[in-house]
Design a protein around this ligand. Sequence first.
Ligand code: UGA
Length: 442
Amino acid sequence: NATESPRLTVIGTGYLGATHAICMAVLGYEVLGVDVDEGKIAKLASGEVPFFEPGLPELLAKALESGRLRFTTSFEEAGGFGDVHFLCVGTPQQPGSDAADLTYVDAAVRALAPYLDRRALVVGKSTVPVGTAKRLTEVIQDLAPAGTDVELAWNPEFLREGFAVDDTMRPDRMVFGVASQWAEDRLRAAFKPVLDLGTPVVRTDLATAELVKVAANSFLATKISYINAMAEVCEAVGADIKDLADSLALDDRIGGKFLKPGLGFGGGCLPKDIRAFAHRAEEIGVGQAVSFLREVDDINRRRRARTVDLVRELLGGQISGKRIAAWGAAFKPNSDDIRDAPALDVARTMHGLGGHVRVFDPAALDNARRAFPELRYGDSALDVAENADVVVLLTEWSDFREIDPAALAEVVREKRIVDGRHALDAERWRAAGWEYRALGRS
Ligand code: UGA
């Protein structure tokens, strides 16, 4: 019966999977979270969210208390339990290549399929190169005892870190890539409370659903690099990127979202998704159509180098031997994620040039310490600024915005600040006697 509430498994309990499993249980479904990582499963089962995400720990407690959310490392248990199986494993960039690494997706499908002995729907949520779903359909139907009674659908996920709960419970839209009406009906049953809010659904074929996701992330990355390219031009002529961006944003057709100039994008999604998309397009013979994504990537990388240049300029041409306070490590505020974080990239470059860099971040310090033990760290924004020759704001946490220029002036050696995210009020800092510099502004 397609309308009754299906039992769900969520395979892969990383960022996406844990959030999805917890939210679906809170929405009323029976959910089994599955992962090969016993440590992760143990943490989640004991009520601990293994990463920083506002609101999620409270919802995990609620879901566990309801008895509707359980965790396991057994694919056999998952196969027996679930009517709808969500694939939420990671697809990182392959080392030494731009291509996506599909090892985890393939392993998950091969581990689950032998236990699918009755009609079931497998739903891919991971970001994959177009064509993956078609290939996986064959693998699943080959390995599953129920054969073609097992169908595969693709339902890309658009959640943002820091807003994961809201994006999951109240998404802008849902994309259902399906091969049959039955699959669509099952998906509708699996998302009933979300659809009841009036969430628009776009039904597509599998390939389109795969593409929607990378097209969306590519568009967002392009928008950011576009404004950062304009910042490069502004720098050359002494114009002001902030005024330029504000003016563009007032045109409804352009809009101000993802048009914030600065140090550029990082994280576990945008950078690797544009590279994997460009790579996949080349493989299928349409490389030219998205070759501009290489340029988007290059513009983005140049912002990191330009930030280091600004610091050097402000220090009178020399980074070596200077004391540098680096504010921020996470790839964006309200996250502890340091994957491809522009902030740490800049901090490491300055360290490599002989600067005495000390880093502070409100949430990502532990992750940063573990990944880059060669850097030095401090306990607070003021702590790392002690006797600094320059302060460099790299991630726009509100904690940094709220710092009083006069209080900071008391601890630093020189009142110099580079604002890599246009997070501070330039007038206010200059009025307090600071030399203030930002990307794309004279
Ligand atoms: C991104 C997408 O926004 C989500 O829709 C998508 O689901 C997700 O990737 C994914 O594929 O899983 P996320 O990586 O959490 O989400 O972060 P964003 O909020 O998109 O920010 C990405 C980067 O762009 C950050 O480093 C941020 O600082 C930077 N950014 C963003 C800018 O430099 N300027 C802007 O105007 C906006």
